[in-house]
Design a binder for this molecule. Structure first.
Ligand SMILES: Nc1ncnc2c1ncn2[C@@H]1O[C@H](COP(=O)(O)OP(=O)(O)OP(=O)(O)O)[C@@H](O)[C@H]1O
Ligand SMILES: [Mg+2]
Length: 493
């Protein structure tokens, strides 16, 4: 390969939190003009690495050079003025400022000593339009959808004329359509000469988009591949440190009795949804984002008010008016928006897991710490939560590991019917496999499982039967040999 300009070079970059290393001696170069992927399991150190590059946290050692010059950022605001923009896993805009105020933060246009709002609004509109977006730039950022917030972050980078944009799991909060749009934006930025670092757990995105890709594992740099000379399997092997043969476990069909029957669920977004779920069955719900799958499950769970519909558990009609009702009948729902329904961040993993199941672990008013610690420890192992222990604060966990704690919290509730909405979003491939096995095991124990997933291979891989929804209606049912991506897509649109 010919010599190329290096835009960012890392030498021996390390960072520890409270003495525990998160990244150690990371060394590699990123070339000017490339799209560079970074992959690794939850907690591998990806976000830590880019936060040190961007000056959001100080490194403990090593050297970072940007365009040949040593980079010593004292705060995250300096990065963008030096030419490095970051689109974080958790967005980093000022929520109470308007879109154009964020885009022009630090580089405001002034006229006669006053802010020239008109021109800033005009220019913000232009930048967003170039990117294919058309929304009100006078809207407060907090009121925007994730896709529009992301667009605002990118527009801000462009306005600051950055030469490097780092994106940390940018596709995670987006719908499929929005991901397509984001890909177009990334390619356009790259065509305009901007170097991109792209972090994702979705290896198909990495294969599609990047020129080269580096693998991190347990805080260490493992290797770098030229993307078109590698494969998803090779990446996985390097991420996990072992081969993953079959990511989906074999299916064992259930012919046990019906555990849940739903008749005629209705609301403004859900129309006449009826279905049955058997013990030991994994029932998938397919469809495009917005098809009404999440809404239907929220009605079933009592999280939203239904206009009509009956719910039968073990052939007996039950009244579910709230999530508390649902849980007391043994129905659990792990929501897709885990941040909002999430964790008490300044409390430990143990407490977050214990609190919702307190009743089960209490004996005459005393908490059974021995039993609860043991059970919580078991799921902690199965889910491979990467932390210093059950006592670590959730605040200090990586994004994916926080998700795992939410998952664990619900698993401990031991529900008969478990609804999983996008169960592996933000979760690395090694753990995905464990979660699929867990779903199978739960089914085998006689639970009924409902899975909503926008990842087609996942939906097909875990479900015994799939119901497809479109515009609030169930448009079809697929089973066995008939479950194919094409069949799902046809029913979904
Ligand atoms: N503020 C913090 N305090 C203590 N430990 C932290 C803190 N932030 C991260 N860590 C730890 O550093 C390690 C690396 O975390 P990091 O967020 O970089 O992982 P990641 O590769 O981005 O994972 P994910 O795919 O889940 O986002 C993890 O073990 C995490 O628990
Ligand atoms: Mg991360």
């Amino acid at each position: 390969m010919q010599e190329r300009d290096v835009i960012l070079s890392l030498r021996d970059v390390s960072k520890s939190y409270y003495g525990v290393p998160a990244i150690e001696h990371i060394t590699f170069d990123i070339y000017n003009g490339e799209i560079f992927g970074i992959v690794g399991e939850n907690g591998a150190g990806k976000s830590t690495l880019i936060k040190t590059v961007a000056g959001a946290i100080p490194a403990n050692g090593g050297e970072i050079r940007f365009k040949g010059e040593k980079l010593e950022l004292k705060n995250p605001y300096e990065a963008i003025s030096k030419g490095i923009g970051v689109v974080y896993q958790e967005f980093n805009l000022f929520p109470n400022l308007m879109v154009y105020e964020n885009i022009f933060f630090g580089v405001e246009i002034k006229k006669n000593g006053f802010l020239d709002r008109k021109q800033m609004i005009e220019k913000s509109r232009e930048i967003l339009k170039e990117l294919g977006f058309d929304f009100d730039v006078r809207e407060k950022v907090r009121n925007l959808s994730p896709a529009f917030q992301q667009a605002t972050e990118i527009a801000k980078c462009i306005n600051h004329q950055v030469e490097l944009i780092i994106m940390d799991e940018p596709s995670a909060p987006l719908t499929e359509k929005e991901v397509d749009q984001m890909f177009k934006v990334v390619r356009k930025l790259n065509d305009d000469g901007i170097t991109i670092i792209y972090i994702s757990h979705k290896l198909n995105e990495i294969m599609d988009l990047t020129d080269r890709v580096s693998v991190l594992r347990d805080g260490h740099y493992i290797t770098t591949f030229i993307t078109k000379e590698t494969s998803e399997n090779e990446l996985i092997k390097n991420m996990v440190g072992r081969e993953i043969a079959d990511i989906y476990p074999a299916k064992e069909l259930s012919d046990q009795e019906v555990i849940l029957r739903v008749e005629g669920l209705n609301s403004s977004k859900v129309h006449d949804v009826s279905f049955e779920l058997r013990k030991g069955e994994v029932l998938g719900f397919g469809g495009l984002v917005g098809a009404g799958r999440t809404e239907a499950m929220r009605l079933l769970f009592g999280a939203d008010k239904k206009d009509g519909g009956r719910i039968y558990l073990h052939d007996e009609e039950v009244s579910i008016k709230s999530p508390t009702d649902a849980i007391s009948h043994g129905i659990g729902l792990i929501p897709e928006d885990r941040k909002a329904h999430g964790l008490i961040l300044n409390k430990s993993i143990f407490l977050n897991c214990l609190l919702p199941s307190l009743k089960r672990y209490s004996n005459h008013g005393f908490i059974d710490f021995k039993d609860s610690k043991k059970e919580i420890g078991e799921y902690y192992e199965i889910l491979k939560i990467k932390a210093t222990g059950q006592d670590q604060l959730c605040l200090n966990l990586s994004g994916g590991n926080q998700q795992k704690v939410v998952l664990e919290k619900w698993l401990l509730k031991n529900c008969d019917v478990l609804i999983l909405d996008e169960p592996t979003r933000g979760i690395d491939v090694g753990t995905k496999q464990e979660i699929y096995q867990l779903i199978k095991d739960l089914a085998k124990q006689g639970k009924g499982i409902i899975v909503i997933s926008s990842e087609m291979p996942e939906l097909i891989g875990v479900s015994h039967r799939i119901l497809v929804m479109h515009e609030g209606h169930i448009t079809g049912e697929l089973q066995g040999e008939n479950i194919t991506q094409e069949a799902i897509m046809t029913l979904a649109s």
